[in-house]
Ligand binder design. Structure first.
Ligand code: F6P
Length: 374
């Protein structure tokens, strides 16, 4: 008796990032080679399921895309089947999924897409999730692909701002993406040798920031500030670029670099310039790390699909690729905490976070370090 060919859908949802094609390639090639599966690409994230846009993905479609930025499937970070312009179209989406004859669906997405995936799995969709986002803020995984590439791009930008800041003796402010998480700013700030790093998790006191910049101007005649788009002043509000109704991501942050520039200009007598990197952080070729990482997550997801281990998400925990449940990941985010080792080393290096309580926290961190016996 001929066994039915496995038919698996793939979609990429939410904001794009480098490494999406590497993940698509890994899932598709692995399922084709090991399970003779047929792969159906869903175009433009969940919008493709709503508006019924699909196509067959061949083995040839997956060749030569490992190093390619963006996503060959297209993506969308606003369409939500549970609130599509005010209407719940999730049942229709479910009917379409059934009509496609899919045995399962791989959703490559961030918190928004994986939260939708969780809701769809409750309706009976067989889903395996793969975490992606430059923001690195997904619950349940120590890392998402796309983050390493974004950090490399921001680090390169800091290196460039350093030389021009040095020539002109200026305070240079660089705004990164990351939404409500400070991972990109923290990691790139350390890699680029920033004097000040401002992250959403710890509100800043402008006087502390001005003091740190002033000190560095005195010592080295320039100063580098990296600010995450979600950073805010103590008692202040987020800086919002725009709001969008009926979107999985209704608030677009952005503009804090210019706000900070104006705040600093009132406090110090120096030339200050602000740069916002924006979507450059999401584009282009993935780093070698992200190519390998996305590939490892993709092949692991393929094995979860082959074993019908649905309702799960591939994650990285303690350097080990493994899986957790969609339920665990959905509707949460992972933020920088006081216990984070990168934060601890930045504080030890004297990098200013504009938050004296955080610096006080460093003392308790140091006290918590046990004596080494070797
Ligand atoms: O989640 C990824 C991300 O790039 C965030 O860092 C940023 O806030 C947001 O997406 C930007 O969204 P858009 O591409 O819709 O402007």
């Amino acid at each position: 008796m001929k066994t039915k060919t496995l038919r698996i859908g793939i979609l990429t949802g939410g904001g794009d990032c480098s490494g999406l094609n590497a993940a698509i390639r890994a899932v598709a090639k692995s399922l084709m080679l090991n399970c003779s599966a047929e792969i159906i690409g869903i175009n433009d994230g969940f919008l493709g399921l709503i508006e019924q846009r699909t196509r067959v993905i061949s083995y040839a479609d997956c060749s030569g895309i490992l190093s390619l930025g963006g996503t060959i499937l297209g993506t969308n970070n606003s369409a939500n089947p549970f609130n599509y312009f005010g209407e719940d179209v999730s049942e229709k989406v479910m009917d379409y999924y059934v009509s496609l004859g899919l045995d399962g669906l791989v959703v490559i997405g961030g918190d928004g897409s994986l939260s939708i995936a969780h809701e769809m799995s409750k309706l009976g969709m067989n889903i395996v999730g793969i975490p992606k986002t430059i923001d690195n803020d997904l619950m349940g995984t120590d890392r998402t692909f796309g983050f390493d590439t974004a950090v490399s791009i921001v680090t390169d930008a800091i290196d460039r701002l350093r030389t021009t800041g040095q020539s002109h003796k200026r305070v240079m402010i660089l705004e990164t993406m990351g939404r409500y998480a400070g991972w990109i700013a923290l990691h790139a700030g350390i890699a680029g040798g920033a004097d000040v790093i401002l992250v959403p998790e710890f509100a800043y006191d402008i006087d502390e920031v001005a003091k740190a910049c002033q000190l560095r101007m005195g010592e080295q005649h320039y100063s580098l500030v990296v600010v995450a788009e979600g950073a805010k002043q103590v008692g202040g509000e987020f800086t919002i670029r725009e709001t969008k109704e009926f979107s999985t991501d209704p608030i677009r942050l952005g503009g804090i670099a210019n706000v900070l520039k104006m705040q600093l200009e009132e406090k110090m007598d120096a030339e200050i310039r602000a740069t916002t990197l924006g979507h450059i952080q999401r584009g282009g070729s993935p780093t070698a790390f992200d190519r390998i990482f996305a590939t490892n997550l993709g092949t692991y997801a393929a094995s979860l699909v082959a074993n019908k281990h649905f309702g799960s998400v591939v994650v990285l925990k303690n350097n080990q690729v493994c899986s957790t449940s969609l339920k665990y990941v959905a509707n949460k985010s992972r933020l920088v905490t006081l216990q984070d080792p990168a934060l601890a080393s930045a504080l030890s290096l004297g990098i200013c976070f504009g938050n004296t309580e955080l610096e006080a926290g460093l003392h308790s961190l140091n006290q918590a370090i046990p004596n080494s016996t070797d």
